[in-house]
Write a protein that binds this ligand. Structure first.
Ligand code: ADP
Ligand code: MG
Length: 628
């Protein structure tokens, strides 16, 4: 016979070992969730079998009533959860219960802090699934038989959760999987009828398969405990918030409650039901483009696939939920789905439903939307770029930090901004910067601040693209305060750039001559108050923070020199203007530019040269003519 008959001892993948250790510690106060996880897996296994049986009805054999059974034995101190679903082969068992396939897991686990509450939150986002059995058990035995295989082809898996597990061939009477927990001495209270019945209610009323509870005692009668109807198929008015929440946890593997949900039964030309949830926390792999996303797809209650990403745009990848169609064919594949003529309409409707849910959340008083934006703000911004059809709805959902807000929190809407605009103001001003502290210190804000004009402070990586896609809001154009040709509300607009430059022509020309290799031009600034100089981008040039980002990602960009703006009222510029010594004039001009670059967060090309120049100027302090 093959090695399949011999007993093998294997080590858990390093990530599993780490997870087991962390989990037992951090989820201790939440230990009853093991039952939810095991029932959830059993339900998935029944779903999968029903799906495979569509193409291969023989897989069901004579055993067509799919269900889940929870059995307990007080004396033996065991609980078992069994199903007659898809089961597992030996290879599948080793793979599924010995490794974690999600990419980024190792990095995620390394973020664990040792702080119980914080780790529980993190682990909750990740989902621990089957391994949660080890919170209450010191030995777990899994017996499985893949649908389609004979009793003699079963397999037995066993582990104490310490680092190794064994697998061996076993005679397994019926199809499916049975997970038996040998409870720790401290957890024997779980092997008790009322306790289990309550937990099953809590964790599986929404599950579409019957869950029966059976005790080992003579008088214990076996009974179905849950409702055994797919939750989304029930009328909304019959479903409690608690049931919606539990269903979400089953669906998403998230431990936290969802922020909101939207349940719709659509009738008419297309008939389908959707139940969409907004999670409270971003998953650890939100930024991994390959991470699975999408809804769970059912056709007439039959599970068809996980992660059907076709029903929502990429920027709504954090939404969890199910869609159950009455019209799609049962044999629908990902390819067929993509070509389905109804898909676009369903996708459009579900996208609007999510956006409406968010708009409602934003309109409600309270912290929900603020928390949502903290978690998902940058993803929502992708929507403006990806989904121009919903531009209006999306732009109302945007939140920003502004010069009128408190701190770096992004909590001001464009409507908030517009309501505070000055009478003569017809633009929405924004500043792009690498981070909040650079933004609030930016010289570009000086004049606007003095006139009390609000400026949006944009510091997310995606913001340069966002402002490009947004362009205007409520009929007001967006204007970059760090760009040439900035026009401010009346007063300053009176003097155009040309007129201002004309008055200081000799000085500007002289600076330009000295800095000709470093700047595109030199202008008199109308936006500075306290600083001597700043750099701005030309009308058609890339914004400097976008440029830095693209360069950091390895792109080579055409050389674009900035425009230097000088504040002719600043003593330093007056001093420059009075400087007769050519060498000193050149040194001062260069330093002026270097400081302007540093202030906006750019690097100076030649720091050593800057330092040498600066040192020379410092040494000359005594002999320099006094500034007036
Ligand atoms: P998840 O459910 O998120 O995939 P789990 O840790 O809960 O993660 O389970 C890991 C995998 O083990 C499942 O994806 C499934 O392939 C397999 N599995 C677990 N329980 C069962 C079961 N009762 N029947 C069949 N397969 C199962
Ligand atoms: Mg699971």
């Amino acid at each position: 016979m093959s090695t399949d008959n011999t007993r093998e001892t294997l080590g858990f993948q390093a990530e599993v070992r780490q997870l087991l250790k962390l989990m037992i510690h951090s989820l201790y106060s939440n230990k009853e969730i093991f039952l939810r996880e095991l029932i959830s897996n059993a339900s998935d296994a029944a779903d999968k079998l029903r799906f495979e049986a569509l193409a291969a009805p023989d897989l069901l054999g004579g055993d067509t009533e799919l269900g889940i059974r929870v059995a307990y034995d007080k004396d033996a101190r065991t609980i078992s959860v069994s199903d007659n679903g898809i089961g597992m082969s030996r290879e599948e068992l080793v793979e599924n219960l010995g490794t974690i396939a999600r990419s980024g897991t190792a990095e995620f686990l390394s973020r664990m802090t040792g702080d119980e509450k914080e780790d529980a939150r993190l682990i909750g986002q990740f989902g621990v699934g089957f391994y949660s059995a080890f919170i209450v058990a010191d030995r777990v035995v899994v017996e499985a038989r893949r649908a389609g295989l004979d009793a003699g082809e079963g397999v037995r898996w066993e582990s104490d959760g310490q680092g190794e597990f064994t697998v061996e061939a076993a005679e397994v009477e019926s199809r499916g999987t049975c997970v038996t927990l040998h409870l720790k001495d401290s957890e024997t209270e779980f092997a008790e009828s009322m306790r289990l019945e309550n937990l099953i209610h809590k964790y599986s009323d929404h599950i579409a398969f019957p869950v029966t509870l059976a005790g080992a005692g003579e008088d214990d009668e076996e009974k179905v405990v849950n409702l055994a109807t797919a939750l989304w198929a029930r009328p909304r008015s019959d479903i409690s918030d608690e049931e919606y929440r539990e269903f979400y946890k089953h669906l998403s593997h998230d431990f936290a409650d969802p922020l909101r949900w939207s349940h719709n039964q659509v009738e008419g030309k297309r008939e389908y039901t959707s139940l969409l949830y907004i999670p409270a926390n971003a998953p650890f792999d939100l930024w991994n483009r390959e991470a699975p996303r999408g809804l769970k797809l059912y056709v007439q209650r039959v599970f068809i696939m996980d992660d059907a990403e076709q029903f929502l745009p990429l920027y709504l990848r954090f939404v969890k939920g199910v869609v159950d169609s009455s019209d799609l064919p049962l044999n629908v594949s990902r390819e067929l789905l993509q070509q389905n003529p109804d898909l676009q309409a369903m996708r459009g409707a579900m996208t609007r439903r999510v956006l409406d849910m968010l708009a409602k959340m934003a309109a409600d008083e309270g912290d929900d939307y603020r928390n949502f934006w903290r978690q998902f703000g940058p993803v929502m911004k992708e929507g403006l770029i990806e989904d121009p059809a919903n531009k209006e709805k999306l732009s109302q959902l945007l939140r920003f930090a502004t010069t009128h807000g408190k701190g770096a929190d992004q909590d001001q809407s464009l409507d908030d901004y517009v309501s505070r605009m000055q009478e003569s103001q017809d633009r929405i001003y924004y500043l792009l910067a690498d981070n909040h502290s650079t933004a609030i210190a930016s010289p570009h804000l000086e004049r606007l601040r003095k006139k009390d004009i609000e400026v949006l402070l944009l510091t997310d990586r995606i913001d340069p693209w966002l402002v490009d896609a947004l362009r205007d809001y409520d009929g007001k154009e967006l204007a970059d305060v760090a760009r040439e040709g900035l026009s401010l509300p009346e007063g300053d607009g009176a003097m155009t750039q040309d007129v201002a430059n004309e008055q200081h022509k000799p000085l500007l020309k002289k600076i330009k001559r000295v800095l000709k290799d470093r700047v595109e031009g030199v202008n008199v600034s109308r936006r500075l108050v306290d600083s001597p100089a700043c750099v701005v981008a030309g009308e058609g040039d890339l914004n400097p923070s976008l440029k830095r980002m693209l360069e950091a990602s390895g792109q080579s960009l055409p050389e674009a020199r900035p425009i230097l703006e000088v504040n002719v009222e600043h003593p330093l510029v007056e001093r420059l203007s009075a400087e007769a010594d050519d060498e000193r004039f050149s040194a001062l001009s260069n330093v002026l530019l270097d400081h302007a670059l540093l202030a906006e967060g750019s690097q100076i090309e030649n720091p050593a040269e800057y330092v040498a120049r600066m040192n020379r100027l410092l040494l000359e302090l005594d002999s320099a003519p006094a500034a007036k």
